[in-house]
Design a protein around this ligand. Structure first.
Ligand code: ADP
Ligand code: MG
Length: 384
């Protein structure tokens, strides 16, 4: 049982060097599974190493169950970490690797035997216990590294990209296993990945990091539907959100995002209460699933020539050009047009997002309540 709080954590690797971690603030509830996601080099491993005590922080505090552990040595923190490299001891057998942490903690031999048997069964590596790491596949080594962490029952688990060295199929299998394991053990966990699918599927909460700064912290749903800025919006979601430059204009008291294809024009209605859109360069954010093939009687329809289609199996990606930008629409395969055809596009404007073109910040929070008479087909924004 443990809560973990990071209070204004800063880290620099040396005076004169820029801060690698900048004012990190996160609070993880007992039993929660937090995903830390961000591009390579943004500081994820540094943060894990700081929590584990392998690196010192240069400011702020790391607090577990209300106690500041920032100055504690790693072995006293009761935190188990699985490294991206696995870091198995090559000369030891699988059993010895798994036992190692328990022996150091002077756990009685009978208990050690029980723990090894338990995790070996859990991870289905019972038949590998006498082998050495060099005799194992990457996937098996990964399980041993997990076993070494799981043999202990620490307050907190830290996983640093544990699946990134596995092939795609095994990665998907292990992802499900990780989730099952957490549902069973309910140990507070921080899990690092650069894979946005893992970020969306595994965690209770997601922290998106860039350049040592937490860009957004929320549930996977928050991050997906209400991204704080262009970086978060572009990082999460596959295929990524479409970003269409628009110059909003006001027509009969109604803000509109003018959209032009090679076939015509449309003013996508925006409800931008409290946001000054006048003479502003903005980016309209629309996820591929928010563009559809227009059905009978659909409003906000714009024709566009289909440039290319990409069938993925469950859906087909259809590419058109709007405002000079290539735009991806995700449609059901039986609705998919052919390349060269003219497509009637409709927009789920109620889910559209607006970002400031200069700062990249989301301009406004979407309102949850549809404006009167809009019937959900007007994009709604509230100033903030
Ligand atoms: P990530 O895990 O997100 O890929 P890292 O935490 O490994 O990122 O690295 C973040 C930044 O800190 C990088 O610019 C990296 O070069 C730098 N860095 C990491 N470890 C050290 C170190 N021991 N000394 C100096 N700089 C380091
Ligand atoms: Mg790393």
């Amino acid at each position: 049982m443990a809560t973990l709080e990071l209070r204004n954590v800063n880290k620099t690797y040396g005076s004169g060097l820029p801060d690698t971690l900048k004012n990190i603030q996160l609070a993880i509830a007992d039993g929660e599974f937090l995903i830390l996601v961000g591009p390579s080099g943004c500081g994820k491993s540094t943060l894990m190493n700081c929590i584990a005590g392998l690196e010192n922080i240069t400011g702020g505090a790391i607090v577990v169950d209300g106690t500041d552990i920032s100055q504690m040595s790693p072995k006293d923190r009761d935190i188990a970490m699985v490294f991206q490299s696995y870091a198995l001891y090559p000369t030891m057998t699988v059993r010895q690797n798994i036992e190692f942490g328990l022996k150091i903690r002077k756990v009685p031999a009978s208990e050690i035997d029980q723990e090894v048997a338990r995790v070996a069964k859990l991870l289905q590596i019972e038949h590998l216990l006498t082998r050495k790491p060099g005799q194992l596949s990457g996937g098996q080594q990964q399980r041993v590294a997990m076993g070494r962490a799981l043999a202990r029952r620490p307050k907190i688990y830290l996983f640093d990209e544990p699946l990134s060295n596995l092939d795609a199929k095994l990665r998907v299998e292990m992802r499900t296993e990780m989730k099952l394991m957490h549902q069973r053990l309910k140990t507070t966990t921080v899990y690092v990945t650069h894979d946005q699918i893992e970020a969306m599927t595994l965690g209770d909460k997601v922290a998106v990091m860039k350049d040592g700064i937490i860009q957004q912290f929320g549930t996977p749903k928050d991050i997906y539907t209400e991204p704080a800025n262009l970086f978060v919006a572009s990082f999460i979601g596959s295929p990524p959100m479409n970003f269409i430059p628009v110059k909003p204009r006001r027509d009969n008291g109604q803000w509109q995002a003018p959209l032009a294809s090679d076939q015509g024009q449309l003013g996508l209605p925006l409800q931008a209460e409290g946001v000054d859109l006048a003479s502003r360069e903005v980016i309209l954010g629309l996820r591929p699933e928010q563009l559809a093939v227009a059905g009978e009687g659909a409003r906000a329809v714009l024709q566009a020539r289909v440039e290319v289609i990409e069938p993925t199996g469950p859906d087909t990606l259809v590419f058109v050009t709007l405002n000079g930008t290539k735009v991806c629409c995700r449609v059901a395969p039986d609705q998919a047009p052919a390349a060269g055809e003219i497509l009637n596009l409709s927009f789920d404007a109620s889910k559209a997002l607006l970002f400031d073109a200069q700062s990249g910040e989301r301009l406004a929070a979407r309102s949850n309540t549809p404006a009167e008479g809009s019937a959900g087909n007007v994009a709604q924004f509230r100033g903030r």
